[in-house]
Design a protein around this ligand. Structure first.
Ligand SMILES: CC(C)(COP(=O)(O)OP(=O)(O)OC[C@H]1O[C@@H](n2cnc3c(N)ncnc32)[C@H](O)[C@@H]1OP(=O)(O)O)[C@@H](O)C(=O)NCCC(=O)NCCS
Length: 178
């Protein structure tokens, strides 16, 4: 994973224009190259709370993972689905965010998006809310499940076995007395 750059646009466009990839997204598939370019350039300077990475495998751009405040989102090119790449990228991304001091993560997922739900639940996320008709994409109203992960010493071990609990997590764990 590495910081995004403008040269990623053609490759990310192929992913973001794929209707199957965008089936559960809050926006329609990107209709043209310019849409992807504006979207990517609009976030190129994001650092800290808002942060994104381009995911590469053997030099090929295969996806993207990003956080906007506590909320994470990720996408993998359809030709690479089912190989554990999103799970691997999420673990690495969460480990990085935890090392930066983040202890709470959220994700918004369509209730029919089974791969995403399965992935997030394996990482320790739990469903905390269902928003019915949360947003509209084209003519379709979509429901959204809100999932949440609070990182403490216990959830951290399942998520990233090799990581030492950073100060923020130790402090939080001491606060709740577990
Ligand atoms: C969700 C997504 C990122 C998963 O990528 P991936 O690299 O295939 O994920 P993984 O290989 O790590 O698998 C994740 C889980 O999904 C399961 N899965 C994969 N394809 C599936 C399918 N068609 N139906 C049900 N489960 C499926 C896997 O079996 C795995 O669960 P398991 O560990 O219980 O076996 C990918 O499908 C995608 O880009 N979807 C469109 C964008 C999206 O929905 N993003 C999430 C919004 S927050």
């Amino acid at each position: 994973m590495r910081a995004p750059r403008e040269a990623d646009v053609p490759f990310l466009h192929l992913i973001m224009a794929d209707p199957e990839v965008m089936r559960f997204a809050a926006t329609p598939p990107h209709p043209d190259y310019e849409t992807t370019r504006e979207w990517l350039l609009g976030h190129l300077g994001d650092r800290g709370t808002n942060e994104a990475f381009t995911i590469e495998e053997d030099g090929e751009i295969i996806g993207r993972i990003a956080a906007r405040s506590t909320e994470i989102g990720f996408v993998i090119a359809r030709s690479h689905w089912g190989r554990g790449l999103a799970s691997e990228a999420c673990r690495a991304f969460l480990a990085h965010r935890i090392e930066m001091g983040e202890t709470v993560f959220e994700a918004r997922v369509d209730p029919e998006n089974l791969p995403s739900l399965s992935l997030l639940e394996k990482l320790g996320f739990s469903v905390v809310d269902l928003r019915v008709r949360a947003f509209r994409v084209g003519h379709r109203w979509a429901d959204t499940l809100i999932l949440r992960l609070e990182v403490n010493d216990r959830t951290l071990k399942g998520l990233v076995p090799d990581i030492e609990a950073p100060g923020a997590i130790s402090a939080m764990t001491n606060d709740v007395g577990s």
